[in-house]
Design a protein around this ligand. Structure first.
Ligand code: SF4
Length: 194
């Protein structure tokens, strides 16, 4: 718990150095200052809950061939002709010698495409089978239902990356103003923001 509190305070202070005006901070509800306090309490609660869950369920963290635990595991692979880099929260060793990709979520938004990307990346970068993925949902203090990733292929995920890449290169950025604008990093500069 102390670790969470220290990290949270250090990161908030670092961010305050960059943007002291908390009214300009992105916030799901209320002012930026209120959000800092609210998330501090929520983070402590969710961290404690995760520790309890983890002790009870003892997730079997997979290890790479170099003996590195697959926590926040970095990968860099080419998918659909695009260099894709990222960090996977956890890889779990499964009884059938495959690994399960796991994303830890504090919010409610889940992306199946993210798990599909991880599946393709793990097969490519670490040469191990991936059949399932899931999310640890901090709001509920437990796992989601597992997602079947057996049918996900590099070609299928690659097509989506190639399409996104072509859109970026062509300068095609179709605005889709709506609910998600409130979480958008560039809303201060966006004329479509509402
Ligand atoms: S604020 Fe602008 S760029 Fe951001 S999500 Fe909304 S429409 Fe898109």
């Amino acid at each position: 718990m102390t670790f969470f509190s220290d990290q949270y305070s250090a990161l908030v202070n670092k961010a305050l150095d960059q943007e002291p005006n908390t009214d300009r901070w992105l916030s799901a509800s209320g002012s930026g200052a209120d959000d800092i306090e609210r998330r501090y309490a929520l983070g402590q609660e969710q961290t404690a809950q995760y520790v309890v869950w983890s002790r009870e369920h003892q997730p079997a963290i997979w290890q790479t061939s170099e003996g590195k635990q697959a926590l926040e595991l970095y990968f860099e692979v080419e998918i659909g002709g695009v260099q894709v880099r990222g960090f996977i929260d956890q890889l779990i060793a499964e009884a059938d010698n495959s690994v399960r990709v796991r994303d830890l979520k504090t919010g409610a938004m889940k992306s199946k495409f993210q798990l599909e990307t991880y599946a393709v990346a793990v097969r490519e970068a670490f040469g191990v089978a991936v059949n399932r993925g899931d999310w640890y949902l901090a709001k509920r203090g437990g796992l989601s239902r597992p997602a079947d990733l057996t049918q996900v292929t590099a070609e299928q995920v690659g097509e989506q990356y190639a399409e996104m890449d072509a859109g970026v290169k062509a300068g095609k950025f179709e605005p889709r103003p709506g609910f998600l604008c409130r979480f958008c990093d560039v809303k201060h500069k966006c004329s479509f923001f509402r």
